[in-house]
Ligand binder design. Structure first.
Ligand SMILES: [Zn+2]
Ligand SMILES: [Zn+2]
Length: 281
């Protein structure tokens, strides 16, 4: 799923990649891969709202009226963000720091908001600044056991959301065969140990697409093929997606060398540079 910010429309739009060139893009947020799901975590607005209040009162030690001041600022910010298509209803929906930073940056391109904030002696940005500290977990490393229990309150449970996003089909049969072929071992290092999976009674392993399925658009032939599948222990799997860039580069370079001939056999034509580019970007 692609969200684009269109300067002309001053609004977020959801687009297929083929239409991208039609728009004046400031930045693209690509929400496709499973491991990016944390950026897809639309927060429950009820609990964030309540926890922000408890944080200001109990952890920061400010008064209820200070909290109300911040909340008022956040309500105005939400209104502007909604108008710009950054949120559906409120800033509390933004479920990660990345989303929050991005939406804030966009909001500050809105001249009406910027001038309102400066006329209001930055009361709106003050609310945001405190909310950002809360969202970033500031002071959380020094919350005492006595303080943390003050955060234990019943919170209204919201309705679940239905989400729609594009996903390339992948075969569970090929996945099992890949793990069988690897002898239930991690193909980065066969000594890596996991645990015995309840479903197979064998060591738990995960299957990774070396060229991620989200780049299927770039290839004429399927990426869901044996040559592009590898059995990994869960730690290596997380690392190849989320580790330090240098570590990831070492891992993917090694896989490229091992599999490049098999890629060609499957019609997956990709040079090493392009391979690194799309995987490490
Ligand atoms: Zn993977
Ligand atoms: Zn491993």
């Amino acid at each position: 799923m692609l969200f684009l910010y269109s300067r002309k429309k001053n609004h977020f739009v959801e687009l297929d990649s083929c239409k991208v060139l039609l728009y004046d893009i400031i930045r693209v947020i690509q929400l496709t891969d499973y491991y990016d799901n944390r950026t897809l975590a639309f927060a429950s607005t009820e609990n964030i709202n309540e926890y922000f209040r408890l944080y200001i009162l109990n952890i920061i030690g400010n008064s209820e009226s200070t909290y109300r001041h911040y909340r008022q600022g956040l309500q105005t910010i939400s209104k502007y963000m909604k108008e710009m298509g950054l949120v559906k209803g409120s800033i509390y929906e933004l479920g990660s720091i990345e989303q929050l930073d991005f939406a804030w940056k966009m909001l500050n391109t809105n001249e009406a908001f910027v001038s309102l904030d400066s006329r209001g002696h930055h009361m709106y940005s003050a609310g945001y600044r405190h909310y950002h500290k809360f969202a970033a977990g500031e002071r959380f490393n020094s919350i005492s056991p006595k303080e943390i229990v003050k955060m234990d309150v019943p919170v209204v449970c919201e309705e679940p959301v239905i989400m729609e996003y594009k996903i390339w089909k992948r075969s569970g049969i090929l996945r099992n065969q890949t793990i069988e072929y690897a002898g239930y071992q991690c193909e980065i290092d066969h000594t890596h140990e996991t645990f015995i999976a309840g479903s197979t009674n064998r060591p738990y392993m995960e299957v990774h697409h070396i060229i991620p399925l989200q780049y299927q658009d770039k290839f004429k032939h399927s990426l869901d093929v044996y040559a592009n599948l590898i059995s990994l222990c869960p730690i290596c799997h997380r690392k190849i997606h989320l580790g330090l860039r240098g570590d990831r580069r070492n891992m993917v370079d090694e896989l490229y060398e091992k599999r490049k001939t098999r890629f060609i056999n499957c019609g997956l034509i990709i040079g090493k540079e392009e391979f690194e580019d799309i995987i490490l970007k």
